[in-house]
Structures are given as C-alpha cells and as structure tokens.
Design a protein around this ligand. Structure first.
Ligand code: FE2
Length: 669
C-alpha cells in the first residue's frame, strides 16, 4: 500500500465550517483511489471555520500524477450543512505536492470535482475525466451565470432576482454585507442629516448648507468647501477631480461654440488663435446630455444643461475656465459667459457645469465605464472559463463583489424607487438615454489609458496626477499580465486555438459592446500581444480606473454646491439677471441634497475586508512562475505607492485615488 496525505483547508469566513462526513477520491493518470472517509469522529472539528486538518488516503499502488479530486459530503445526522473548503493539498508517496484550489460552497450531497491547480488550456487537457469535469463545470456555470437585458442598448448584466439569488461564491461576505447595510441604514444619521431627508424646502443660504455639511469631513471635502468657487479649483477638477475623462486639448473650436478673439483676453497681445496653436486651450463638451429628459423632484421640473467649457492653461500651469456656453446650440438666449461677467452670473453657470458633470460622471464615467463593463468581464469569465484555465486564475480576483454591488446599484439607485431616479436631474428616463448614448461613445482606445491620454492630447499637461499615476499603474499591470500570459501562451497560435479564450472575448464583444465593431473592441484574439493588452485593460478598469472615479465621491460631491445632483431653475438666458438669491433657489432642495450626500458617503466607504491591488489571499496559481510574478507585481506597486505619497507631501490637494494602497482589486463599491 502507498499513502497520500491530504491536507484540507476550510475557509476562514463566516459559516464556512461543517460537521458533515466528508469523502474524497483521488484521480491520477494511472488510476484512482477508493472513496475515502475523511472524518472518523462524531462531532469532530476537522472542518470547522479556518481549520487545517490532515488525513491519509491509501492505495494499493501509486496512481500517477494527480489530475483531480472528487469530494462528497453527507449529513452527520439529518441535514447537510454548507461547507466552504478553501483548498486541499495532497502529498504523494513520490514526495510531490499537488494543490487543489476549491473556494466553493458545497451545499449538497453530489460529487464535486476539483482540478489540480496547474493551469491547463482546453487544447492540452487530455485526461478523459479531467476533460469531462471541465465540460461539466462550464455547463453548471452557464446555468448559474446567465445574461440578462436590464435596458436595451446598454451592456448586458447578470440575471438574478436579487442579491441573495446570486451564487454564494459571488455574494458579499458577512463582513461586507454587515458593514454595507449598516452604513446604508445609518448614512443619514452618521452625517446628522436625519431630520432633513423629508424636507422639500430650498436652502436659505450657504451658511446653512455649511452647518449641516460639517459633521463628517475629509481633508479634501474641507478643502472643497473652502475653494469650490475659485476658477483655478474649477479647472483643477477636470484633471484630478472625480471625472478626469472629459477634458481634451482643443485644436479647433467646435462650430457650435463661437468664442471669438475679442471675447477673451490673455494679455501681452496674445489671441485665442495663438493660444490654441500653442496647445494652451482645452475643451470640455457635455454634448451627451443635450436634450435629455429631466426629472421632476418634489413636483418641480429640474434642469440639466449640456455645456461647453473652454479652459486655458496659464503661464503658471493652472487650468482656468475662460468661456462657458450652457447649451449646445448658439442662440441669443444661450449667451457665452466669461469670468468677467458678474460674480453670480459666472458662479451660476459654473454650478450648471458642475451639475452636468455630476450626471455625466455618475452614469457614463462611473456606472457604465467601470461597473457595467466590469460585470460583463466577470459574467463572461464565469460562463466561459473553468477554474483550471490560467485566465480564470488571473482574473477572478478582479470580479470580487462586482455582481452584487451592481445588483444593488440597479435596485437601490436607478430602479423606479432608487435614490438616483428620485433625486438626480437625469434620474428616470434620462438614465436610459444617457446610458445608451454613453455606450455608443465608448471605444476600446478610450478604455486604455495610454491611448486615451494620447487621443485627448493630454500627454504634456502639467499637474495631471490622474494621468501620471494612471500611466504608471497601467505599465505595472501590463508587465505583470505580460509575464503571466506569455508564460502560458508561447506563441500566437496557442492564443488562436484556445476556444475558451475566444468565447470569452466574443461574449464580451456581444454582451458588453452589443457587437458594435466601431468600438474597436476585439471580436477575437489573434496574438499574445492583443490578449495581454485587453487583459491589462480589464484589470485596470476594475481596479485603478474604478478607484479614480469612485473613491473621491464624498471628497468632491459631499459639499453639494460643488457637484449638485440636480438644479431646480433654468439657467440664465441673459446676462445680469442672477443674484445670491437666484443661486440659492437653483440649488437642489434639502431632501435631494441630503440623500445625495448620504449616497456618496456610502459609496466612498471601503469595507474592512477589502482586497487591494496585487493582494491575492486566494491561491489559484500553483506554478512558481506566476507566484514569483505576483511578488514582483507587489514590489512594483509598493514603489509606486511610496512615490505617490512623496509627491502628495508637496501638494495642496493630494491625489490619492490611484495609490495602489487604496485601489481595490475589483469593482466592489
Ligand atoms: Fe463604484
């Protein structure tokens, strides 16, 4: 007889343990063991939460190289309790150690097969039972993870009746659920806003808003409160605020934005044409918002503009607005405003821009371009990649909690009774239109930060920390992905013949980008380089990009006047008609303000079980090379984190959102 030592690691998460009888069968290239009982004592503690226990499986002769294990559990008394084994290790009589990643809830008495952890592409998987278990795993996954159409014209989502209908593996942990629900339930009281959530009144003055906004402040939200009216801070936010995705260098003025030389002055006889030629003029165009049907809140029609903003990079390297037109079509009742207009004219039009930015940011930049795409990447992965596939191992950490947070976003933010639907200017019908328009404007290049920065002409803009940190982060992720994928794919032919990989990208093309070839999203992969770039984009989108547009929500939108979710009055149609009183009447009502504040508070709070970029608490890879590459990846992220911290020491407003220390691995919030 020869002995195999089986070490079982039960997960260290709530309710992971079991008192069931557990059976195992080892399957190797030269035979298989008998089904062996791994428990021998009533009420034994071998499989309690976090336990590591070892047992022996004996065979008459060696069964060769291990291919898979079969696990089955049976109730000790009357009922089967759920068990979450994390992984198993088997030491063979030859002295080899085989790893079996599991990380699944076992809730029934069926046989479950788990492959040995060495990654295998489909075309090299030649063991009959291994192949059978691969096919069976994918059949089950296709059943568990189904596509759904939430709204025509936007990326498809995961079909489910609610967060608790999702497969256990992708639901929030107990810690995440508890903390999220607690913050959601107590957000208004944490911010000392409870008594205000039903008030449909207008704010009487800025001091009152200031008083209620002071209970919870971050360093940045405090800075925003003090500086939100300043032109330099208004311009700064297009680079390093919540939405760094709209600004572009302006080489030709749009035909519908007729700013002429005599309207703006730069001193020293420099004209607008000169400044454009020198590359010092920038444009933000909110054209996607044009004609959007706006909400009715507290029985009042709301207003949302589609502004055009012209900015100038000053000799002091600051970005300042020089002209704003609030509607897309030039007209007498759509004047172009300038910093030289009256204080309240200029401030009011800037507020309209910031409100447009809130809606553009939340629906396009944040929801669509990170959350909804991350869901597509995840569902396609879970439907098409077995656990033993190297891409599953590489990408599954970047899917954590995404399906549930998106489910909650649909049910609590943009559903009929959702906060966004009730209180944002584009809530309701506007959401559908804006999401559809947003998807039709997404291109593959715009999702890849090096291409996006080049296309927007922003390579040499000073003090652009989103770009500086984002490009470095992209490069680090790219090196890591290149290392891992080129270890598994030695040439382009291997990429082309991996049918699972091809199905993954073809599902993303179909369900994420609705088969629009104009997006530039690949329909198939033909080279290793294409695969590496796409996977880099997926990881960057789910981690850094989401952090850049999510983490600062309370910092920048917690002070409502800086980022109003809606506005209650139409914009000025002639100059000289605004005042402090008209501005206060324009800002959102009290209930809309406090609901918005508590939502951005909730969405800016990371849970204590967050997993940050480069951390891999779950061991999917067994080979030395990817594990070494992970260590290198962590080392590079650490160096970047330190450099960002050093840089931030010298900044009035630190830019932290792309610091790997705070970037989560996945869209989890
Ligand atoms: Fe988010």
């Amino acid at each position: 007889m020869v002995d195999y030592t089986v070490t079982v690691y039960t997960g260290d998460i709530a309710n992971a343990g079991t008192f069931n009888n557990v059976y195992i069968k080892l399957v190797g290239t030269d035979g298989e063991s008998k089904q062996t009982w791994l428990t021998s004592y009533i009420w034994n503690l071998s499989f309690i939460r976090g336990a590591v226990s070892s047992c022996t499986v004996s065979c008459p002769v060696s069964i060769g190289k291990l291919v898979l294990i079969e696990i089955e559990q049976h109730p000790l008394i009357f009922f089967t309790d759920s068990w979450f084994p994390a992984k198993m290790e088997v030491k063979s009589p030859e002295g080899d150690t085989y790893n079996f990643p599991i990380y699944r809830w076992i809730t029934d008495n069926e046989v479950h097969r788990f492959r040995e952890g060495t990654a295998l592409r489909v075309f090299e998987d030649d063991h009959p039972l291994g192949k059978y278990s691969r096919d069976q795993e994918l059949e089950e996954r296709e059943e568990d993870y189904r596509w759904d159409v939430y709204l025509e014209g936007i990326p498809h989502s995961m079909r489910s009746e609610g967060p608790f209908d999702l497969p256990y593996e992708v639901q929030f942990s107990y810690i995440k659920s508890t903390e999220f629900l607690s913050t959601a339930a107590t957000g208004l009281s944490d911010l000392q806003l409870t008594g205000l959530s039903e008030s449909t009144e207008n704010w009487p003055d800025m001091d009152t808003i200031h008083r209620v906004s002071c209970s919870k402040l971050t360093d940045i939200s405090e800075y925003v409160q003090k500086h939100w009216k300043e032109d330099t801070f208004f311009g700064y936010q297009f680079l390093n605020g919540l939405n760094p995705m709209l600004i572009q260098r302006c080489s030709v003025l749009p035909i519908n934005f007729p700013v002429s030389d005599d309207m703006v002055s730069f001193g020293c006889h420099r004209s607008l044409a000169d400044e454009i030629k020198k590359g010092n003029i920038f444009l933000c165009d909110y054209k996607r918002l044009d004609g959007l049907k706006t909400n009715t809140i507290n029985g009042k029609k709301q207003y949302l503009m589609a502004p055009l903003v012209l900015l100038h990079k000053t000799p002091d390297d600051e970005m300042v607005p020089i002209a704003i037109q609030l509607k897309q079509t030039p007209a007498d009742d759509n004047p172009i405003f300038f910093p030289t207009d009256s204080e309240y004219d200029w401030l009011t039009v800037k507020i309209f821009v910031r409100s447009a930015d809130f809606n553009e940011h939340q629906l396009n930049v944040h929801l669509l371009r990170t959350h909804l795409l991350a869901e597509v990447f995840a569902v396609s992965l879970l439907r098409n990649m077995p656990m033993v596939h190297p891409l599953y191992k590489l990408l599954v950490p970047h899917t954590r909690y995404t399906l549930q947070i998106n489910n909650l976003a649909r049910s609590s933010l943009i559903s009929k009774t959702g906060v966004f639907t009730k209180f944002a200017a584009s809530g309701g019908k506007g959401v559908k239109t804006l999401l559809k328009r947003s998807l039709s404007s997404v291109t593959y290049r715009s999702l890849c930060i090096p291409d996006d920065i080049a296309d927007r002409g922003l390579g040499d803009v000073p003090n652009f920390y989103y770009r500086d940190d984002g490009l470095k982060l992209w490069d680090i992720i790219h090196r890591f992905v290149q290392g891992v994928l080129s270890f598994y794919y030695k040439n382009d032919t291997e990429v082309q013949k991996d049918s699972e990989l091809q199905k993954w990208i073809s599902d993303i093309f179909e369900h994420g980008f609705l088969s629009q070839a104009g997006t530039g999203i690949p329909e198939i992969f033909t080279t290793v380089a294409e695969l590496v770039k796409f996977v880099t984009m997926v990881i960057f989108t789910c981690s850094g990009q989401h952090s850049a547009v999510n983490a600062g929500q309370f910092d920048y939108a917690g002070w409502m006047p800086n980022n109003p979710l809606t506005l209650q009055c139409p914009p000025p149609t002639t100059k000289g008609t605004t005042s402090e009183a008209s501005m206060m009447k324009t800002l959102p009502a009290v209930n809309a303000t406090v609901q918005g504040m508590s939502t951005v508070w909730l969405l800016s709070r990371q849970s204590t079980d967050s997993v940050f970029l480069g951390q891999y608490p779950v061991d999917h890879f067994s080979e030395k090379m990817p594990c070494k590459l992970m260590e290198d990846f962590q080392g590079e992220l650490q160096v970047l984190s330190e450099a960002i911290a050093d840089r931030n020491n010298n900044l009035k407003v630190p830019y932290t959102y792309l610091d790997p220390k705070v970037v989560e691995n996945s869209v989890a919030l």
